[in-house]
Write a protein that binds this ligand. Structure first.
Ligand code: 5GP
Ligand code: ZN
Length: 113
C-alpha cells in the first residue's frame, strides 16, 4: 500500500533496525522501545490489522509466530517474553499495518489492559 509506513519499512524504502527477513515476514526493532527487547514482526503484504486476518492470509500469521519463536531463541529469551498485537482505536493501534510486538528483557507487568 502506497502510504503505509510499515509497507515502506518492509520494502526497505524507510530505514529500520532489521533483525530478521524472509520472503513474507520482516522483523525490526521498535523506534520507541517499551522494554529492553522490543521487536516488531510484520507480514510483508499489507494487512491492516488482526481484524483483517482471513483464511486466505492467515498462513503468514502462523509463520510470524514461527519466526518469533526462532527469534526468542536467537535473542536468548529463555526466561520468557510477550507477543502483543493492538487492533483498532480501542486497542490503541497507531500504525494500520498488522504487527506483533515481541517484548522481553525485563519483568513485564501482569496487567494486560
Ligand atoms: P501500535 O501502537 O500500532 O501497536 O504500534 C506501533 C509501533 O510502531 C509503536 O510501538 C511505535 O513505536 C512503532 N513505530 C512507529 N513508527 C516507527 C518507525 O518509523 N520505525 C520503527 N522502527 N518503529 C516505529
Ligand atoms: Zn502496509
Amino acid at each position: 500500500m502506497e502510504d503505509c509506513l510499515f509497507c515502506k519499512i518492509a520494502a526497505g524504502q524507510v530505514p529500520s533496525d532489521k533483525v530478521y527477513e524472509d520472503d513474507t515476514v520482516y522483523a525490526f526493532r521498535d523506534i520507541n522501545p517499551q522494554a529492553p527487547i522490543h521487536v516488531l514482526l510484520i507480514p510483508k503484504q499489507h494487512i491492516a490489522s488482526s481484524a483483517d486476518i482471513t483464511a486466505e492470509n492467515s498462513g503468514v500469521v502462523a509463520h510470524i509466530f514461527e519466526v518469533a519463536a526462532e527469534l526468542a531463541k536467537q535473542l536468548d529469551l529463555k526466561d520468557g517474553f510477550r507477543i502483543v498485537t493492538n487492533s483498532g482505536s480501542l486497542g490503541c493501534q497507531s500504525v494500520l499495518h498488522l504487527h506483533f510486538h515481541l517484548l522481553s528483557g525485563r519483568q513485564l507487568q501482569d496487567q494486560m489492559g
